[in-house]
Design a protein around this ligand. Structure first.
Ligand SMILES: NC(=O)c1ccc[n+]([C@@H]2O[C@H](COP(=O)([O-])OP(=O)(O)OC[C@H]3O[C@@H](n4cnc5c(N)ncnc54)[C@H](O)[C@@H]3O)[C@@H](O)[C@H]2O)c1
Ligand SMILES: O=C(O)C[C@H](O)C(=O)O
Length: 339
């Protein structure tokens, strides 16, 4: 067991090594929220981050003052909730994470958040397109299946869309799928990495257990798939009206940001599942799709196909594609009608 002092010493040593390589500004929009705060904390502990810019419509300077006392090298700054504060937070960012927006309450679907979150994401995307057009944009705000297309449409309307730089963060689905199989099979979750494809809500979340050599059948398989597809609901119900997953999501978001930074700093074979502008099912009217994606200095390096799957997984995928097309078109239509 390491003491807190040893962990911080390790973080600081690695910090010197990483900062010598490159400086990376990371911006969090929605930084004072349930996800935003622990996500910002984890980013402050990441030695690859040299500047951390925190923006929210409330409390961002306070969160920044607090996190800024942590003895790692990065500079932390909180920005006022003004257009100029938002612009300053974004300028020069290599990565912009967006967890701004409202979370679910019991009984709601992610799509029920659309009416509130669509305009929040559209407006933040406009600011990002104006002030950080070359940044990697990581969308956490739900419904991800629609908020990613919304962001793309905004960037397209401003003539700065780069499909290699826009990511819907679906890492939490993989984290859950890996944790849940380890509970079924009594394995070490750290050694599990279950591929999950599709989108980020209910039936659009498709775990591909067979690709990790597992062969669950019958009720056990159904229960596993249901738990991965509706893991978010477990947390929403347990929090009983006080929100949805925040801590596990912060870990998942920090992991994805770390992977992008590693890839940007030259590491090869960095692969993460993510919801991107994808050629895989465009012929079926599905413009965006989550699959394993190799990351590189330019963002998306290579989109991996789904690969060999079982008949059962194919059936799940068929349902997913139908739902996804609707979610994506809803986002596209929203920006066209509400530019
Ligand atoms: N992608 C995923 O896997 C995943 C996982 C969990 C939650 N989520 C989603 O993330 C979002 C945030 O969840 P949360 O629990 O942190 O919610 P929260 O309410 O705790 O925090 C949201 C924060 O966004 C801020 N905000 C609202 N409008 C803003 C704007 N225009 N500009 C900047 N900040 C703004 C709020 O002030 C608040 O601090 C929700 O939509 C939730 O559904 C996604
Ligand atoms: O379930 C939610 O609403 C939040 C998030 O998308 C999750 O998967 O936990």
């Amino acid at each position: 067991m390491f003491s807190a002092r040893q962990i911080f010493a390790q973080v600081q040593r690695r910090g010197f090594a990483a900062s010598a390589r490159q400086s990376s500004k990371v911006t969090v929009l929605g930084a004072a929220g349930g996800i935003g705060q622990p996500l910002s904390l984890l980013l402050k502990l990441n030695p690859r981050v040299s500047q951390l810019a925190l923006y929210d419509i409330r409390l961002a300077p306070g969160v920044a003052a607090d996190i800024g006392h942590i003895n790692t090298k990065s500079e932390v700054r909180g920005y006022d909730a003004t257009p100029s504060g938002l612009a300053e937070a974004l300028k020069g960012a290599e990565i912009v994470l967006i967890p701004a927006g409202v979370p679910r309450k019991p009984g709601m679907t992610r799509d029920d958040l659309f009416n509130t979150n669509a305009s929040i994401v559209r407006d933040l995307a406009k600011a990002a397109a104006d002030h950080a057009p070359e940044a990697n944009i990581l969308i956490i705000s739900n419904p991800v299946n629609s908020t990613v297309p919304i962001t793309a449409e905004v960037f397209k309307s401003k003539g700065v869309y780069n499909p290699k730089r826009l990511f819907g963060v679906t890492t939490l689905d993989v984290v859950r799928a890996s944790r849940f199989i380890s509970q079924v099979k009594s394995t070490d979750p750290a050694n599990e990495n279950i591929t999950v494809v599709g989108g980020h809500s209910g039936a659009t979340i498709v775990p591909l257990l067979s690709q990790s050599g597992y062969n669950l059948t019958g009720e056990q398989l159904d229960q596993y798939v249901h738990r991965v597809q509706f893991g978010g609901d477990e947390v929403v119900q347990a929090k009983d009206g006080a929100g949805s997953a925040t801590l596990s999501m912060a870990m998942a978001g920090a992991r994805f940001a770390e992977s992008l930074l590693k890839a940007a700093q030259g590491q090869k074979n960095v692969i993460e599942p993510t919801f991107v502008d994808s050629p895989l099912y465009k012929d079926q009217g599905v413009e965006y799709f989550a699959s394993n994606v190799e990351l590189g200095p330019n963002g998306v390096e290579k989109i991996h196909p789904v690969g060999k799957i079982t008949d059962h997984e194919q059936k799940l995928l068929d349902v997913c594609l139908k739902d996804l097309a609707g979610n994506i078109n809803k986002g596209i239509k929203f920006v066209k009608e509400n530019p």
